[in-house]
Design a protein around this ligand. Structure first.
Ligand code: ADP
Length: 485
């Protein structure tokens, strides 16, 4: 294998480069498969055409001989003409072969010959293809040599027939005294036809056997080459694909680690900035003017939004990297929901919203990681708050479903446009209508919700209609025993 494709050099290639190599290999397999199947079909149908051509040739030869023998007793000219007619089949194939052996064969003559030989016109291309490409190959050589010998014997038979014809035609001039000699000469000629006929029968059998062997060899050869090439290229592609997938995963992990590291580094100075902004606003460092308060409030708002983004990025990376280790213990879901609604109460009041909570009496305590559960519910309820219009209604209900609980968070807010619903759990995705209502979202909340739900062994899904509202559902197992990836 060249350096260009070696595994060592693969390590230093970009993802795009590796992808191109895989696509290239697959295209090569495809092209190879196509060329190989076309060639095999052509070779096999060429062999089939020769087998059926040989059948016609033998049949015509037998008919010709029987008319010749008949002619020796009937002396009927029409029998001799029949002999010549049937011999035309062999002569046709002979013409095609002689023409194909020339350096620049005349294709019309070749076609004419094969068609005179009784071959189906649609087989002629395959007959020519096979002869031209494989006549000198060990595959076809025995059959071709038998064909040549057959043509020599046929030529002898035609010459013999011509002698018989001359003898029969001279019969009228034979005297009674010469009759016996004439009869003896005819008998000798007839005996020679039998000899030639036997030779032709042997050659016909040899020709068929040669073709049969060729066809078996071609099948075996094609089978092995297909098996070998497909296996080899398949394994090669698999190795490249697995190696590339591994590096993509590695690269993804490195990116997530970078995001995590950068977020950590940003958090410390940001905390200090937020702290000082708050200190200045509380005037502990001295009085501030109205305009300074305005600027400081802006600074504090921006700092808080950035802190929320950093916190989301950290959560996302720890879930992606699997560095968060859930702790499963008994949790009262009602308590979790009440804490969240208390925290959100100022916003709910500010927007004139109405939040109702309904927990069915049979909902038991869950064995779950409280931080994850609280993170999921906090995200969903705060989204409902963010994306509701003034005076909107939000409801959170929980009920038991056999070994699970079903949490339903519903609002009658702006909803999610139909066309964008499929992207809603993707990292950083925000629907168009949401961006108009709230410019500060991160698009990370639902990605985190999905990852957290999965870590708790649950499932999240939603239904939404734009302008009408959104329903999010979370199904969680009541008992969680071990963390899930
Ligand atoms: P963010 O809210 O910060 O934009 P999320 O990941 O929490 O990010 O949500 C992704 C997007 O899903 C939102 O931007 C919004 O388009 C849509 N979305 C989520 N919850 C709702 C909801 N209750 N009503 C309408 N749209 C929602």
């Amino acid at each position: 294998m060249t350096e260009a494709l070696s595994f060592r050099s693969l390590k230093t290639r970009t993802v795009q480069n590796r992808f191109n190599i895989i696509v290239g290999l697959l295209l090569f397999i495809l092209a190879f498969g196509l060329v190989e199947s076309i060639a095999s079909v052509k070779v096999m149908s060429g062999i089939r055409a020769y087998v059926s051509g040989e059948g016609l040739w033998s049949k015509a030869q037998k008919e010709a001989d029987s008319y010749l023998v008949k002619y020796t007793s009937t002396h009927n000219e029409s029998d001799y003409q029949e002999f010549l007619l049937y011999t035309g089949v062999q002569l046709g194939d002979h013409q095609a072969r002689i023409e194909m052996d020339k350096p620049n064969p005349n294709e019309t003559l070749v076609r004419q010959g094969f068609i005179q030989g009784g071959n189906n016109p649609s087989d002629v291309d395959d007959l020519i293809f096979l002869y031209r490409n494989l006549k000198d190959n060990s595959l076809m050589r025995p059959a071709v040599s038998t064909w040549k010998q057959g043509d020599i014997v046929t030529a002898k038979m035609i010459a013999l027939a011509s002698e018989i014809h001359a003898l029969v035609t001279s019969r009228a001039t034979v005297t009674t005294a010469g009759q016996a000699a004439w009869d003896a000469e005819l008998a000798t000629l007839v005996a020679r036809t039998y000899t030639l006929d036997r030779q032709l029968t042997v050659l016909e059998n040899q020709f068929s056997a040669g073709l049969g062997q060729a066809s078996r060899r071609v099948s075996r050869y094609l089978y092995s080459i297909t098996f070998f090439m497909t296996g080899l290229l398949g394994i090669l592609t698999l190795v490249f694909a697995v190696r590339s997938a591994r590096s993509i995963i590695q690269l993804d992990k490195q990116k997530t680690e970078f995001v995590s590291l950068a977020s950590h580094q940003l958090r410390t100075p940001l905390t200090a900035m937020n702290w000082y902004a708050e200190a200045l606003l509380s005037e502990t460092a001295g009085p501030i003017t109205k305009q300074q308060r305005e600027y400081l409030s802006e600074l504090q708002g921006g700092g808080q939004r950035m802190a929320a983004l950093i916190s989301d990025l950290l959560k996302m990376s720890s879930l992606d990297l699997g560095t968060y280790h859930p702790e499963f213990k008994k949790v009262d879901i009602e308590h979790v929901i009440n804490t969240i609604s208390r925290d959100l109460q100022p916003l709910i009041t500010q927007n004139g919203l109405h939040l109702s909570v309904q927990i069915e009496p049979d909902v038991p305590q869950l064995t779950i990681d409280e931080q994850l559960l609280s993170g999921v519910l906090q995200n969903l309820v705060s989204n409902s708050v963010k994306y509701s219009r003034h005076g909107g209604k939000i409801s959170v209900s929980v009920r038991k479903q056999r070994r699970n609980i079903l949490i339903h968070v519903a609002d009658n807010g702006i909803g999610i446009p139909d066309k964008q619903q499929k992207h809603i759990f993707s990292k950083l995705f925000r629907a168009d209508n949401a961006q108009k209502v709230d410019a500060n979202g991160t698009g990370l909340g639902l990605y985190i919700v999905k990852a957290m739900t999965r870590s708790m062994g649950g499932k999240v899904w939603f239904e939404s209609t734009e302008h009408k509202g959104t329903d999010f559902y979370i199904r969680l197992p009541i008992y969680n025993t071990k963390p899930r990836a």
